[in-house]
Design a protein around this ligand. Structure first.
Ligand code: HEC
Length: 183
């Protein structure tokens, strides 16, 4: 596009923006539409460390392995060892060494984050496509590969928040500190 056209376009959009978006204007710019309860429900999927908000469901590593091979392995490698994308397994007890390896198993303090992250963001090319059962199962598989639960442990909304991750106590909770001095 020639430069003069672009600049006149910019000028027009500047003009229209300043006409319709005046803060004192009693009426909004009439953009978008109000969200319904249903719209909010679909987006409101955050799970905290206490597990509040987990959907009911369950799965174990045996079924999770099938989900993993079909939907995760191409990026995260066989048995979660990584390549081309991040390793999801290994590195436990490596964080305080000269070669820290940060994975879900070695670094993440809460198992609920693994559920939340997988449900909202994975598989990378098709996020939010997994059923809750698949998310529980593949979460169980990743925890199993890290030696955190056994292969037949039935992971569910009842017990996920109680899983103790290896690095749970490796973080400093600033909300409980006064002022902390680091050397
Ligand atoms: C197309 C490739 C691809 C697929 C398929 C995929 N992932 Fe990922 N995954 C990625 C990439 C890339 C990242 C890093 C994203 C970032 O850092 O923003 C990632 C990050 C992650 C992380 C966070 C790792 C960390 O330590 O930060 C987890 C957990 C994860 N994926 C789980 C899964 C699971 C479970 C599946 C299958 C359901 C899956 N991924 C499928 C590419 C993929």
């Amino acid at each position: 596009m020639p430069i003069y056209k672009l600049s006149s376009l910019l000028f027009i959009s500047f003009l229209s923006a300043s006409c319709t978006f005046s803060p004192s204007s009693p009426k909004g710019p009439d953009l978008g539409k109000p969200m319904t309860q249903e719209d909010v429900r679909k987006l409101d999927i955050s799970i905290g460390p206490d597990g509040i908000g987990l959907p009911s469901g369950s799965g174990n590593a045996i079924s999770g392995q099938k989900v993993y091979i079909a939907k995760c392995q191409s990026c995260h490698g066989e048995k979660g060892l990584g390549k081309p994308a991040d390793a999801l397994v290994g590195g436990i007890n490596s964080l305080a060494t000269n070669k820290p390896i940060r994975t879900v198993g070695s670094f993440w303090p809460y198992a609920t984050t693994l559920f939340d992250y997988t449900r909202r963001a994975m598989p990378l090319q098709n996020p939010k496509s997994l059923s809750n059962e698949e998310v529980y199962a593949v979460t169980a598989y990743v925890l199993y590969l890290n030696g955190i639960i056994s292969e037949d442990y039935l992971l569910s909304n009842q017990n996920l928040a109680a899983i103790k991750m290896p690095n749970k106590d490796g973080f400093i909770d600033f909300s409980k500190q006064g002022s902390v001095q680091y050397k």
